[in-house]
Design a protein around this ligand. Structure first.
Ligand SMILES: Cc1ncc(COP(=O)(O)O)c(C=O)c1O
Length: 420
């Protein structure tokens, strides 16, 4: 088996999955922490250890999963006060966290400064002013980086969050003004460097290479123009993984081979310490998760076969084709109970009274029978917590975490009454 075909968690044998279903009920998510840790190690190796690897908590904030990867990652990228709390509960020191997001509240800024967070990505002049006020009141120096929205657009990113007018970061043209404010408030600000997260779902090594070399060039320009030193250079995430094609993903080894020599040269010529960071979500987590549902009904409507399962877009919006995609494409589906059944073209529908509740539209898979377990693969990132969980008042799925071969309950199921 090649590296790319890392088996998903549902590669557990059918009996083991059925036993989990009997114990925890369906639907459930199953995450494999060992796959996630292996993905982090693979990126680290591809870049010859030159980059620190942070995990973007937004991709999967499950507590047991965060705990299981503590010694595998260098730190966490967080994007809210809730993620700060979750990361601290998981046992991470805030010094290992970077906090990004276009509009952090005063409460979130205060909480992260009180925890002496590793860095806050400053995304607007208002945020900088507010950090200065809070740090003065707390009588401390706030660790800050400037999140820069560069002029350069890297077209290879599927979802673009920089290089054009966006709500994220400070436009490159305005960095000098922000730097002035930073210099004059050095008593309460510890300027650490820059953060450039410009997009997600980049499949081309050449695109990320362009982003990294462009950022390193920009860092030198900013340093020459402002006199500030960028010790930390956070290059964001965005390594692409297809959810619908088993082997389509960014080739990190090709990217590493292309980047390592120039990055090493940059570091050697720097004359001062640097810390380079990638903060990855999808690339490390997507492959590590499966969403497992049971077929509870079936019907044929005007010649088309539908199998209706007990899970749907309320628990996996992305598989329903509605999370950050322009065009719907089916996630990879597997019939876990009957992998050898004759193939059939059908749709896998969820239980919601909404015609868009389809986990698979015109897919081909081994013909399901009532009671079969169906897995939606590559569901470890932007799945459960990126879904409208309270829609129609259904119980949320349990999240199970497999680590060192043992499966434990990472989060129990919740009823809608738990949210009252
Ligand atoms: C600031 C920041 N960092 C990292 C990530 C993770 O991106 P990805 O999952 O594409 O690696 C995101 C995703 O939105 C983000 O906004």
């Amino acid at each position: 088996m090649s590296d790319l075909q890392t088996p998903g968690p549902s590669a557990l044998d059918g009996d083991a999955i059925e036993a989990l279903a009997a114990k925890y009920d369906t639907p459930f998510y199953l995450y494999d922490a060992d796959i996630l840790r292996a993905r982090v190690a693979r990126v680290r190796k591809a870049f010859d250890g030159l980059f620190k690897i942070y995990f973007a908590v937004k991709a999967n904030p499950n507590l047991a999963l965060l705990r299981a990867m503590d010694d595998a990652v260098d730190g966490l990228d967080i994007s809210s006060g809730g993620e700060l709390e979750q990361a601290i509960t998981a046992g991470y020191d805030a010094a290992r966290m970077s906090f990004a997001g276009p509009a952090k509240t005063r409460h979130e800024l205060t909480a992260s400064l009180e925890q002496e967070i590793g860095s806050i990505s400053v995304e607007s002049p208002r945020e900088l002013t507010e950090i200065i006020e809070i740090a003065s009141r707390l009588n401390m120096r706030a660790n800050v980086v400037l999140r820069v929205n560069p002029r350069q657009l890297v077209k290879e990113y599927g979802m673009k969050m920089g290089g054009r007018p966006v709500q994220f970061g400070i436009d490159e043209e305005e960095v000098a003004d922000a730097a002035d404010l930073i210099r004059t408030n050095a008593n309460v600000l510890n300027f650490r460097g820059v953060h450039m997260y410009v997009g997600s779902q980049c499949f081309e090594a050449a695109g990320i290479e362009k982003h990294v070399t462009g950022t390193l060039r920009l860092v030198q320009e900013i340093e020459a123009e402002t006199g500030l030193h960028c010790q930390t250079i956070n290059l964001g995430g965005g390594f692409g993984v297809s959810h619908s094609e088993a082997e389509r993903e960014l080739d990190v080894e090709t990217l590493g081979a292309a980047l390592v020599p120039s990055v090493r040269e940059f570091l050697q010529n720097s004359g001062a310490p640097r810390e380079l960071i990638f903060e990855l979500g999808r690339y490390v987590a997507a492959d590590a998760g499966s969403y497992v549902c049971r077929v509870i009904s079936s019907k044929t409507s005007r010649g088309k076969d539908f199998f209706i399962v007990d899970g749907g877009l309320h628990q996996h919006l992305a598989a329903g084709g509605m999370f950050g995609v322009g065009l719907r494409s089916n996630y990879i589906l597997k019939n876990l109970t009957r992998p050898d059944a004759p193939m059939v073209k059908c749709s896998i529908a969820g239980p919601l009274c909404n015609p868009t509740d389809l986990l698979g539209l015109n897919v081909t898979l081994p013909k399901p029978e009532l009671g079969d377990l169906i897995a939606v693969e590559k569901s470890g990132a932007y799945a459960l917590t990126a879904s409208p969980l309270m829609f129609l008042g259904r119980t949320t799925p349990a999240e199970l975490v497999r680590h060192n071969g043992t499966v434990t309950l990472g989060r129990r199921a919740h009823s809608i009454a738990d949210f009252n």
